[in-house]
Design a protein. Sequence first.
Length: 411
Amino acid sequence: MFDYPLVWEWLALGTRWVHVITAIAWIGSSFYFIALDLGLRQREGIPEGAHGEEWQVHGGGFYHIQKYLVAPAAMPEHLTWFKWESYATWLSGFALLSLIYYGGADLYLIDTNVLDISAPIAILISLVSIFGGWFAYDLLCKSKFGDNNTRLMILLYILLVGLAWGFTQVFTGRAAFLHLGAITATIMSANVFITIIPNQKVVVADLIAGRKPDPKYGKIAKQRSTHNNYLTLPVIFLMLSNHYPLAFATEYNWIIASLVFLMGVTIRHYFNSKHARSGNPTWTWLATAVLFILIMWLSTIPKVLSGEPEEIALNPREERLVMAENFEEVRNTILGRCSMCHAEEPFWDGIHRAPKGVVLEEDHQIVARAREIYLQAGRSHAMPPGNVSFMEVEERRLISAWYEAAVSGKT
């Protein structure tokens, strides 16, 4: 029997695995080259045109690396390009976005308490914001305003704060954080695909043709590479935040997202300074700690919902789940085995907020999360964790039978 939810879950897991692997490769190479670039030193006797050199030791061997600011006098026989890591990370990330947030838009993308829109409209807003964000960023970088990199980065930060607020007015808190990270990651990957690699290819083509490369191409690529350097850590935080509702599901989530970008700057400044041997700015750790404590405090402020309808309208799929045979027994099982934690006010010791923001107290909340309940508590024993509420085998079978009958139309 073709089990759609199980196949979809495994497909999402496989895609996430690819995404994590490629992201590690991309971020690792990016951090390495930033550290290498900042650690370069000049000395007498280095080849003409060389900007600096670095000696490194790793794995029992020594490496002697030289950097040419424009290009060497002659093209080497073998040249390694670092680009596929970036492309594969973005492609796998977009595939994951499509699988989870577009495929499950009613659950993960749309919050009718925030904005009551249809799934196609929400997906359209998502796509326009992701690709529109890149074009707006690229135009700013190419404008006269972008000639001053400090001024440009301040403006970009202000725009990111505006996006953080805007997304929380359209999507779920989880999707808002994810989209802020997706726009930033798109900018980073497009910098590589549209600017950095093409500029380097122009330099290579000039060398092969015997022409002297224009240094402007290296300058432009350097600016985009610097931006990527400071954006990497916030992107990682935003992508991981979907596991922590205290970050995305609280009243001031957009301010939390904005402060995350500042923490990324302070942390990268410390490591950039260390790699460049230009000082030991330990104040950055204090600044980061203060920002993180501020984030923790902001997450404790209760979220005030306004305009919540008294009755939640169910979509056809949810109506089938409510009308399906054994729903009352399933609901009683969930209320008895799950709702001590998954409640607006959990009463399980040590649980102060519903895990991942999932509340399972009302019928509409249960059917909205039916697929997750089926996978986590029916087809697997992931929930309750450690089976602390002693869910019985028959209760798990009941949940599975209820969901499978409802989605197959056998009510």
